[in-house]
Write a protein that binds this ligand. Structure first.
Ligand SMILES: C[S@@+](CC[C@H](N)C(=O)[O-])C[C@H]1O[C@@H](n2cnc3c(N)ncnc32)[C@H](O)[C@@H]1O
Length: 256
């Protein structure tokens, strides 16, 4: 154990604290019997692609990259993008060296040193099919197009303008291709101005759910391909404090 200082910058996803939290979330231990979330999401995506073309996939808001690597078990190429320079630097280190090291908070100033490698997950062979880049989901380069699958895990409720993001996706996905979203629908004004929330409010005396907001925002280019399902996840904060959340996974097929 060593002393640990979490430097928080303006973007929380640039802080050392969240880098270590997400390294453990993606590559670390399983807590309370809950399956690894990034791997479960990729597994669900690959199951849904059965019998379909699996050329290229895009993981938007990839954080430190586990889902991107997992998708490469089934896709010829996978690109992971995230706006956090620190997250992308960590994912890139994993891609280039096959291993990362990080400190996780234990209690107070105490930390534990962790080392994880792609070999531990039988993912070392997919490294050559994976690319990472820093990019803003709200202004992705036009070159990021032609995908058979786009995955955005727990991203929509962290964007300033989720409708703008959703409206841009038909330009990136091939006709018949899939869009897979997950989110715990944790709308917070510090990330998304209240007027931009997709759901989680009452309007005209009626409760509007995020699922309803997603259907509206994705119409007419995308239709829901199957019933939503729940994927739980646990993020470790310290040795004695954990966040246990439940994301809803929705699958959308591109029509027009
Ligand atoms: C809640 S985390 C989810 C990360 C990962 N998909 C997962 O499920 O573990 C949200 C991620 O979205 C990224 N993010 C937030 N705003 C973004 C934006 N405008 N463009 C790209 N990535 C963004 C954050 O840096 C962070 O990695």
């Amino acid at each position: 154990m060593r002393n640990y200082r979490g430097k928080r910058k303006d973007n929380p996803y640039e802080s050392d604290l969240l880098v270590s939290q997400y390294c453990e979330f993606h590559y670390g231990d399983r807590y309370f019997g809950v399956e690894n979330f990034p791997a479960s999401c990729a597994h669900a995506c690959l199951e849904m692609m059965a019998g379909q073309k699996t050329g290229a996939a895009l993981d938007i808001g990839c954080a430190v990259g586990r889902t991107t690597f997992e998708l490469a078990r089934g896709f010829a190429s996978v690109t992971g993008v995230d706006s956090s320079r620190q997250f992308i630097a960590t994912a890139t280190t994993m891609r280039e060296t096959g291993r990362i090291a990080y400190d996780i908070p234990v209690e107070g100033e105490l930390v534990a040193r962790m080392e994880r490698s792609l070999v531990d997950f039988d993912l070392d062979d997919v490294r050559c099919r994976v690319t990472f880049a820093q990019a803003d989901a709200l202004s992705l380069p036009s070159s990021l197009a032609g995908y058979d699958l786009v995955f955005a895990g727990n991203l929509i409720d962290r964007l300033k303008n989720p409708r703008l993001f959703l409206a841009s996706l038909h330009q990136r996905i091939n006709p018949g291709g899939l869009l897979v979203l997950t989110s715990p629908y944790t709308w917070l004004a510090e990330f998304t101005p209240r007027r931009e929330w997709l759901g989680g409010f009452s309007a005209g005396g009626r409760d509007v759910s995020t699922l309803e907001g997603l259907k509206t925002a994705l119409h007419p280019c995308f239709t829901m391909a199957r019933e939503p399902c729940d994927i739980p996840f646990v993020i470790r904060e310290t040795a004695r404090k954990y966040q246990h959340s439940i994301a809803q996974l929705t699958v959308w097929v591109r029509g027009c």
